[in-house]
Design a protein around this ligand. Structure first.
Ligand SMILES: [Zn+2]
Length: 329
């Protein structure tokens, strides 16, 4: 059985991941959204949505991993989103940066056992939103440190996700490439779907990420499946590697096609929740759209994982059905 995400995609066509941990754990009372202190969603925030739950309430995180595994996820993402030292310092957890990254990987690994691969999540630092390109050197140091923690904790591959600036993504890719681990790289498009925050089209982003060593490229977060599709199709037209897609489960608008800029974020998200059926439909056409890695993002929980598993099974009824992952060693 493949113990490598690239081999597994080669064998199956589409691999099902997970996603949406922070928002789901916030709803369950274990993650701080920061909304009682500040205007969340500006990209300039401090403590909100950090993953200290890995050391503060490890059982809550373990439980959600178990739910995704039961739903059919073949990859468990360690909850290391926003776990760079600088972001954790702003949340009051800087001195526990290594402990939080380690604990998150360990919990995911224990649940995954020989049933799923474990990915380390690396996301934007938020420094580019506050300081612009002058943050490049600092960001590089932060990524290098976190990726070192993730690799020594034993992740199978890296998912670089939720980057608004391509420039910052390329710095993270440089650090990730040094690890030698397989890399999934997904941009989040905000405030428009036609370009990254630093003005690069989805096609330009895809080419640049591939040139920088990404094994899969795509988009995650901010849009619901139907709206994300146009981004993916533009990437696919130029991509020489499979796509990765992890849409959010919140309905956006033509005027504001990114949920974190909608007034419903974060305290009224229930009112714009997208039905899981839309993820079934999305998964159903994953193969036709060139998607090799499919997961969810904010707003998803295990029921969305199940919905995607169903869509994948329907979509591949005439071909090979997804098989469980088994790690050798
Ligand atoms: Zn998200």
């Amino acid at each position: 059985m493949p113990d490598n995400i690239i081999d597994l995609i080669g064998k199956q066509g589409v691999v099902l991941g997970d996603g949406g941990y922070l928002v789901e754990l916030e709803r369950r009372g274990y993650v701080d959204s920061g909304s009682d202190r500040e205007r969340v969603g500006t990209g300039r925030g401090s403590g909100q949505f950090t993953p200290e739950v890995a050391i503060e309430h490890p059982d809550a995180l373990r439980c959600l991993h178990e739910e995704f595994l039961r739903a059919g996820s073949q990859v468990l993402q360690a909850l290391t989103f926003f776990a760079t030292r600088e972001k954790l310092t702003r949340a009051g957890y800087g001195s526990q940066t290594e402990a939080i990254n380690n604990a998150a990987v360990k919990i995911a690994r224990e649940v995954a056992a020989d049933q799923a691969l474990v990915a380390g999540s690396v996301s934007r630092t938020q420094l580019f939103e506050r300081e612009g390109s002058t943050a490049a050197g600092h960001a590089r140091d932060l990524f290098a440190e976190q990726i070192r923690f993730l690799q020594s904790a034993g992740v199978d591959f890296l998912i670089l996700e939720t980057f608004f600036h391509l420039e910052e993504m390329l710095i993270a890719l440089e650090c990730a490439a040094e690890s030698g681990l397989p890399i999934v790289a997904t941009m989040s498009f905000r405030p428009r779907t036609t370009e990254s925050t630093d003005g690069r089209s989805p096609a330009y982003c895809a080419r640049a990420m591939i040139a920088a060593g990404a094994n899969l490229v795509g988009a995650n977060c901010e849009q619901e499946p139907a709206r994300m599709l146009s981004i993916l199709q533009e990437m696919r037209a130029v991509a020489t590697v499979p796509l990765a897609a992890q849409p959010a489960a919140f309905r956006t608008t033509n005027e504001t096609p990114c949920f974190t800029r909608l007034p419903e974020f974060p305290d009224a998200l229930e009112t714009i929740q997208v039905a899981r059926q839309e993820f079934t439909d999305f998964a159903n056409r994953a193969t036709a759209e060139g998607i090799g890695y499919l997961g969810g993002c904010c707003g998803c929980n295990a029921s969305y994982g199940q919905a995607m598993a169903r869509g994948l099974a329907d979509g591949s009824r005439s071909g090979t059905l997804a098989v469980p992952v088994s790690r050798s060693g």
